[in-house]
Structure formats: structure tokens, C-alpha cells
Design a protein around this ligand. Structure first.
Ligand code: ADP
Length: 502
């Protein structure tokens, strides 16, 4: 039987829970380095766990911008007296360490500095030697915590394929070293599509002896498969995605392995940082507002229209997307829908899109916006400030994703009173309820997307009181990290109990 659980909410006051020592390993942590939702999670969840009384420490690589932060002192990044001699398979490799705390908290963040692997590269990912870079990082992070800091965590929490080598190392070579033996691990899958493969020699590099897995091609190591295989507990970022990845269609080739471990695979919804994403206090907004003062929101819409160079019109529905421009995000069914919308097939409307990614999608959007300058504005690139203004100013937020492990965009949009129009899969199915706090369609095709969008536009134009109720319902959804943090706490305890045998 499939087991996907989200433990029930208990109030923090009623909890009797021993403080845990939790080591977080991630390739992205906001605000230091962010490509997508992984960074948001690893920047917020440790703070929520610390607020529950746990001792959480986060380790990530010192990419070039972080070396620059260290030079300028931005985000409080500073050099550390710690130095590492990371015991790799063929001998020690030196590395440096920087330190900071997660903004707004006392949670320590450590950065592994290795100039050749991280500091000298222009970008975080995308190099042929990525598996080696992150294998080194994974082993160095363990060395930092267990040896340099002499801090033995109760549980190691590793996020996505980049740090799966830490899980594998602990389950294999680490068992031979008393300091590392019997450490429970939790492996979180943020996106099963990206798996990370390396030649078998990576195990020599890491000093690991292992057999190959059925999911691995001859002579190849699959980091994602290894994380799933070796972790004490596995989870992903929404209950529905946890079910989807155990099916042939959603399993990206690893569904058999996941089904093999089905009783250890859980789904815990992501939250959002409700201090950072708060329309009542957000300094980027023209007018702050709450569910009770929604009338003030219109000022943000007008400001967004001005900033986007669009006619300032309260009556027109303003649609938006803030997204990586990746096939995952449903851009293949979006082009036709925007074409219909901008050519007035359902009345006048406006559209603002912020994104960066695949040149083909950038080209498609550029083409559409150049034809419809008075209706569509396109911002290419990554811009957190514009994103925040879009969430606060748009009426409808589109997420027609092909697959979506959790999705943060719809959670942020709802918190800012924008109504999401989504494809009801993955985390979108768990958070957006059709005609309650948003609109949801199922089939991955332009027809269903367009019909659902027209339904939403109809309510916006002709039923303002229903629209207002939906906005307020959306704004009152509790997407804070507290509930999810307690679910993770439960998962850590299950992992610890498994290793201890009770
Ligand atoms: P994913 O992790 O797959 O990219 P999520 O919805 O989980 O998708 O998280 C995306 C996060 O990144 C959200 O916080 C969103 O606002 C932000 N984001 C995505 N693209 C941009 C962009 N171009 N500029 C600013 N923020 C962006």
C-alpha cells in the first residue's frame, strides 16, 4: 500500500519534543544563491525548525557571488578560522570555509570554499564536472560538521541529487568510521527530473565501495537513485507529487526504486517565508494591504501597469507569470493561450511575464510581446523586486505546469491576493482548489487551459463579489512553514527510530 503522510498539526505549545541537531546540505540556499524553489526551502525551513527549538546548521558551496559577499560583507558573509583537509578517496584535498547566518535568524550557514570548483565559475550549475564538484562538496560538508566543528548531528537532511553523495557516503564508507556510523539521513526530492549522473570512478574519488543499482546504466552512477536507495527516510515536497513519482508516467525511470521504498516515501508541502512574503509589510509595494483592506491592492496594480508600460486600467484583468522558462512550466501550452488572449478572443486583457531560461521560450514570449506592446510586457531575467510587485499587482497568476513538485509561485500569489490558474497536478493539486481559492484544470493541452482561463476571466469581469471572496480565501490559506516544519520533525524522529531499531 502506498503511504504518503502529512502528520497532523499540533500547536508548538503542546509539543514535548527534544531539541534535535540537524545538518542541512543543499546546493542552493536563499538569499545567498537561488535558482528556484530549492533555495527558498533551504533558506526558510531551517529557520522554522530553529523556531521550534532545534539546532540547525546549513552547509552550501561558496560560489563566486558568495566569495564577493565575503569581500564586501554582504549578508554578513565572513571568513572562518576553520580550514578543511577533506579526506577524499585518494587523499586529502584542502578547502576553506566562510560563515554567515540566515538573515533574520541565528541559524549558522557554512560555505565550502574551493576556488577551482566553485569560486572561479560564472554560474552555479551546468558544467561537465558538476557531479565531481558536488561530490566534493558533499564529502567536505560532512567533514566540516563531524570533524572540523566536532558537531555530530542527530540527523543529516540532504536536498536533491547534488548532495546525495553525502547520503551514500554515510551509508557505505561512513559506516566504517565510528564518528559517522549510524547517522540517520533524510533525503528530500525537490525535482525528480534532475538526477545527476557520473562515471563509476566517482566512487573512487569519494572512497566508496558499492554495487551498482538496477536503475544505473553500466559504468554509471545515478546520484538521485543513490539518495533514494541509501537514505533512511525519503520525502518530496507535496503529497500528490509523492504519489506521482511512484507511477511509471511520473517516475522519471526511478518509479520502481521508489515503489520498492514506498513505506519510507512521504510528502510534505513546502511553506513560504511569511515574513518575507507579507503584503501587509512588504517594502516593495506601493500600497500594503491585508485580506481586510483589499481595496488598497489596486494601487499596486496601477503601479505595475505603469512600470510595465501598459495602459493604467482598473477594469482590465491583468494576468501574470513569474517563472523559470523551462518546459516543466507548461510554456508549450501557454503560447497558444496567450495568442488567443492577446488577440481578444475573450475580451480585452493585459499580461506581464517575468522569467528567464530556455532561448526558445524567451523567443516565443519576445515575439508575442513585440506584437502586442499595449497589452503584454515581458521582463527577461531574474528580478526578485519585480517578482514581488507582480504578485501584488496582478489579478490572475498562471501556472499551467507539465509537472510541479510543489510550486511556490501559487502560494505567494495567493498570499498577495492574486488568483492562481493552475494545472491540478503535484503540489498545485494540493494547494489550489477549483473555484475556492483559484482555478484548476487537468489535461495538459491548450484547450483545457484556455477554457479554464475563460472561466476565471468571466468571474473576474461579471462576479466581483465571488472574486473578492476567492481572493480573501486565498490570502487566508496558511502557507507558513510551521506546519511543514513539524512534519519534518516527525520525519527526523522516524529516521532516528529506524536507525536505533525502535
Ligand atoms: P521552481 O523551483 O521549479 O523554479 P517554484 O514555484 O517552486 O518553481 O519556485 C520558484 C521561485 O522562484 C518563486 O519564489 C518565484 O517567485 C521565483 N522566481 C522564478 N523565476 C523568477 C524570476 N525570473 N525572477 C524572480 N523570481 C523568480
Amino acid at each position: 500500500m502506498l503511504m504518503v503522510s502529512q502528520p497532523e498539526t499540533i500547536s508548538p505549545q503542546s509539543r514535548r519534543c527534544l531539541p534535535l541537531k540537524i545538518l542541512f546540505l543543499s546546493s542552493e540556499v536563499a538569499p545567498f544563491a537561488k535558482i528556484g524553489g530549492l533555495a527558498d526551502v533551504c533558506g526558510s525551513l531551517p529557520k522554522a525548525l530553529a523556531a521550534l527549538g532545534h539546532d540547525v546548521r546549513v552547509v552550501m558551496p561558496a560560489y563566486r557571488p558568495i566569495e564577493e559577499f565575503q569581500a564586501t560583507g554582504q549578508y554578513g558573509v565572513r571568513g572562518s578560522p576553520l580550514t578543511l583537509n577533506v579526506p577524499m578517496g585518494r587523499g586529502p584535498v584542502p578547502a576553506g570555509v566562510f560563515e554567515a547566518t540566515l538573515p533574520g535568524s541565528q541559524v549558522p550557514v557554512y560555505f565550502i570554499a574551493e576556488r577551482n570548483l566553485f569560486g572561479s565559475r560564472d554560474w552555479h550549475y551546468g558544467y561537465p564536472d558538476d557531479p565531481y564538484r558536488f561530490a566534493f562538496f558533499s564529502r567536505a560538508a560532512l567533514d566540516l560538521a563531524f570533524a572540523a566543528l566536532d558537531w555530530r548531528p542527530d540527523v543529516v537532511h540532504a536536498h536533491d541529487w547534488h548532495v546525495a553523495p553525502a547520503v551514500t557516503w554515510l551509508a557505505t564508507a561512513g559506516q566504517l568510521d565510528r564518528r559517522y556510523a549510524n547517522i540517520p539521513t533524510v533525503f528530500t526530492i525537490h525535482n525528480l527530473m534532475h538526477q545527476g549522473t557520473a562515471p563509476w570512478s566517482i566512487f573512487e574519488y569519494l572512497g566508496i565501495l558499492s554495487h551498482s543499482l538496477a536503475e544505473e546504466r553500466y559504468g554509471e552512477v545515478n546520484f538521485m537513485a543513490r539518495g533514494i536507495y541509501h537514505a533512511t527516510m525519503i520525502n518530496t515536497v507535496s503529497p500528490t507529487y509523492a504519489k506521482e513519482i511512484m507511477t511509471r508516467e511520473g517516475g522519471c525511470g526511478l518509479d520502481g526504486l521508489l515503489r520498492h521504498r514506498q513505506f519510507d516515501v512521504h510528502g510534505i508541502l513546502n511553506g513560504i517565508d511569511d515574513v518575507l512574503w507579507n503584503p501587509a509589510t512588504d517594502p516593495h509595494l506601493t500600497a500594503t494591504f491585508t485580506a481586510e483592506t483589499l481595496d488598497r491592492r489596486i494601487e499596486n496594480k496601477r503601479e505595475l501597469q505603469r512600470a510595465a508600460g501598459l495602459p493604467v486600467r482598473d477594469d482590465l484583468p491583468l494576468l501574470a507569470m513569474v517563472t523559470r522558462l523551462d518546459f516543466q512550466k507548461g510554456l508549450d501550452i501557454t503560447g497558444h493561450v496567450l495568442h488567443l488572449l492577446l488577440n481578444n478572443f475573450d475580451g480585452d486583457a493585459q499580461c506581464v511575464i517575468l522569467g528567464s531560461g530556455a532561448p526558445s521560450y524567451e523567443g516565443m514570449l519576445r515575439h508575442l510581446s513585440s506584437y502586442h506592446r499595449d497589452k503584454m510586457a515581458l521582463f527577461l531575467g531574474y528580478n526578485a523586486e519585480i517578482a514581488q510587485r507582480i504578485y501584488a499587482g496582478c489579478d490572475l497568476f498562471l501556472m499551467p505546469s507539465l509537472f510541479e513538485p510543489c510550486g511556490l509561485g501559487q502560494l505567494i500569489a495567493m498570499r498577495y491576493g492574486a488568483i492562481p490558474v493552475v494545472r491540478g497536478i503535484g503540489g498545485l493539486a494540493d494547494t489550489v482548489h477549483d473555484r475556492v481559492n483559484g482555478f484548476s484544470f487537468l489535461g495538459y493541452n491548450a484547450d483545457e487551459f484556455w477554457n479554464k482561463l475563460r472561466e476565471a476571466l468571466h468571474v473576474f469581469r461579471h462576479d466581483p463579489s465571488t472574486w473578492r471572496t476567492m481572493q480573501q480565501t486565498a490570502m487566508r490559506v496558511d502557507s507558513s512553514w510551521t506546519t511543514s516544519a513539524m512534519s519534518y520533525e516527525q520525519l527526523y524522529h522516524w529516521a532516528m527510530a529506524r536507525v536505533r531499531g525502535y
